[in-house]
Design a protein around this ligand. Structure first.
Ligand SMILES: Nc1ncnc2c1ncn2[C@@H]1O[C@H](COP(=O)(O)OP(=O)(O)OP(=O)(O)O)[C@@H](O)[C@H]1O
Ligand SMILES: [Mg+2]
Length: 325
């Protein structure tokens, strides 16, 4: 069987002077793609990497894969993770992970949050800002958390994301509008513990707790392998909380139409209430578990890196065989 691995590598990313710090933090490193290719080959598949760009279309058609292992984040556009799935749909080449719909819903956190509300899933109160004037006449209860509505890897989330008054809110919202070039998502700040929950195939993985000395997980901490942030897995939670959070993760995956693998970030307030922050439709697969919670949780469940890759591909293949429901 032939598998094409599709990704946007950090080293190939288009660089512009307008880019905010860490503009391409969510793209893959060479090491990640090499490790995925190695894993696919060790399973017995013929595997080849293609940049997730238009220029790869002809090469992809010539290679004629049975399936694509999709790790592409895209570069531009409000739903950049949905672009490769759209191209593969046109080419009628099957692929792992969510389709256009799931990628678009998950990439736009404000839309994902509307979906959680609709499904009765817990998420913090929020509003979206298109410009600073929209703040006029708003009754606000601080502290608030300010982030881009559609980014990953904490891009646009710096040490000033937690705001305590109108001045700080305006400053941070302007930074996101003018420097990150994104809509602004303003949320209630959820003070408490943070967890992330991976789903591999149909299996919810053990919960990972992320402990950050600053109270939230900002961009610089994510990029700094020496940062004081650390993970605990399985998280120290009572069995009923573990079950509750794992069920929330499964329902969130379903409501956002995600497939094969995903990772939900959640916070718990001091009364034990859960709040979904977001769901990642293509969780980072860096082979260093200290950098990739999905890999960390999979190891805790007894799976090797190759097991993770195999399970993602097998989940997608099983979907292709299944009649539409
Ligand atoms: N409402 C909130 N209250 C408290 N902390 C928050 C809130 N929203 C985000 N955070 C903090 O900011 C971090 C990044 O937020 P979020 O997960 O939404 O962004 P992301 O950039 O998409 O992350 P990822 O790297 O997982 O793709 C969270 O891990 C959490 O520590
Ligand atoms: Mg997150």
């Amino acid at each position: 069987m032939k598998v094409a691995v599709l990704a946007n590598l950090k080293e190939d990313a288009p660089v512009s002077p307008d880019d905010p710090p860490g503009r391409w933090d969510d793209l893959d490193e060479n090491l990640t793609i090499d490790t995925i290719l190695e894993s696919l080959r060790s399973i017995g598949y013929e595997a080849k990497y293609f940049p997730a760009e238009l220029k790869s279309i002809q090469g992809l058609q010539e290679f004629n894969p049975d399936i694509c292992f999709n790790s592409s984040e895209g570069h531009y556009g409000e739903s950049r993770e949905a672009q490769m799935p759209a191209i593969l749909d046109i080419l009628r080449i099957p692929y792992t992970c969510a389709g256009v719909l799931g990628m678009s819903l998950a990439h736009n956190k404000h839309i994902a949050k509307q979906m959680f509300r609709y499904a009765g899933l817990p998420t913090a109160n929020f509003f979206v800002l298109h410009n600073i004037q929209e703040l006029d006449h708003r009754e606000l209860k601080y502290p608030l958390f300010v982030k881009p509505a559609s980014e990953g890897s904490s891009i646009g989330i710096n040490t000033e994301a937690l705001v305590h008054n109108q001045k700080e809110l305006e400053q941070q919202a302007s930074y996101i509008l003018n420097t990150v070039h994104s809509l602004v998502l303003v949320e209630e700040y959820i003070e408490g513990r943070e967890f992330t929950i991976g789903i591999l195939g149909d299996e919810v993985l053990p919960i990972v707790e992320i402990v950050s000395p600053t109270g939230f997980y900002d961009r610089e901490q994510k990029e700094d392998v020496e940062s004081e942030v650390y993970r605990i897995c399985p998280a120290d939670l009572p069995p009923e909380k573990t079950r509750e959070f794992q069920e929330i993760a499964m329902k969130a995956k379903q409501i956002l139409a995600l497939e094969d693998v995903c990772r939900m970030d959640l916070r718990m307030d001091k009364d034990g209430n859960a709040y979904i922050l977001e769901v990642n439709p293509i969780p980072l697969m860096h082979p260093d578990p200290e950098q990739a919670s999905l890999v960390y949780a999979s190891h805790a469940a007894g799976y090797t890196y190759t097991d993770i890759v195999r399970k993602i591909v097998e989940s997608a293949l099983a979907r292709l065989d299944a009649p539409l429901n």
